[in-house]
Design a protein around this ligand. Structure first.
Ligand SMILES: C[S@@+](CC[C@H](N)C(=O)[O-])C[C@H]1O[C@@H](n2cnc3c(N)ncnc32)[C@H](O)[C@@H]1O
Length: 261
């Protein structure tokens, strides 16, 4: 982006735009690129980790659509990129409704401009930390009496304990019909030096990191049965030829897909 839209601060690194840069996107400003490059200098695999996150997202959405899911809510959806959720879902099931939710006005504006062209796609502004408001908006598009999949990819590591992430995930579970799903990825403090430095970089960005260990990520799936192979490095979740990235060992967190019990 050359010019920031009105009301957008281009000088504070923005977590959605830094991630867009990792993925090779163009929707970012100099401050986003500088912070992302600082991360890449510490941890050269950060781009590969982002791509692996997206590859796992693609396998998840394909799997959910094949399992009969026809409603998907993607919270913290990020800037539109290659292989958006609705594109993957609609290859299997054109009638699958996809609702993208993000709290970032640039993400929402881009999403509404680029994604809402087709049928069965909505982009709404919502903050995960304000679940009543978010679920009321989403409820205008999604029938919670039918199975729904909540996607929380690379989101919960921006949600700190004070904002009660476990309670909010449980609230979404309790609202969901039997046969619903939760799928997520979450960064972990895998490499101590890198984690410390990453925390510092993200403290100066629009959202600070809340890294969690495996044992802290697993309870998000309370009330769900994890599909095989469980909560694993995203690259190890049902790898396939289409989405496998050879020669990287980039996972710095965990991902899983659970079916509501
Ligand atoms: C790293 S991106 C992940 C994008 C996408 N989910 C993926 O995994 O490819 C994180 C996204 O979460 C959004 N986000 C962070 N905190 C949020 C919150 N409290 N509510 C809604 N969105 C949030 C950011 O704006 C950003 O777009």
């Amino acid at each position: 982006m050359s010019q920031p839209p009105p009301g957008v601060d281009p000088n504070t690194p923005n977590v959605a735009r830094m991630y867009d840069y990792y993925l090779g996107g163009k929707d970012n400003f100099a401050a986003d690129r500088a912070a992302a490059e600082q991360m890449a200098s510490l941890f050269p695999d950060v781009r590969a980790a982002a791509l692996e996150n997206r590859a796992f997202l693609a396998r998840t959405v394909h799997c959910l659509a094949e399992a009969g899911i026809r409603q998907i809510v993607d919270i913290g959806s990020g800037l539109p990129t290659q292989g958006n959720v609705h594109e993957i879902a609609h290859r299997v099931a054109p009638d699958c409704k996809v609702v993208y939710v993000d709290y970032d006005p640039v993400v929402v504006a881009h999403g509404q401009a680029l994604l809402s062209r087709g049928e069965n796609v909505e982009v709404v502004m919502g903050d995960f930390r304000q679940p009543d408001d978010l679920l009321a908006k989403v409820g205008q598009e999604i029938d919670f009496d039918r199975p729904v999949a909540f996607l929380l990819f690379a989101l919960l590591h921006f949600v700190h304990e004070a904002d009660k992430p476990y309670e909010i995930v449980a609230q979404m579970r309790d609202l969901s019909a039997p046969g619903s799903y939760l799928a997520l990825t979450h960064a972990a403090p895998a490499i101590p030096d890198v984690s410390e430095a990453a925390l510092e970089i993200y403290k100066k960005a629009t959202a600070a990191l809340a890294l969690r260990e495996y044992e802290e990520i697993l309870p998000f799936f309370d009330g769900y049965e994890l599909l095989d192979p469980g909560l694993v490095a995203p690259r190890d979740w049902r790898p396939d030829a289409d989405t496998y990235l050879p020669d990287t060992h980039a996972s710095v967190g965990f991902g899983g897909v659970g079916r509501k019990l």
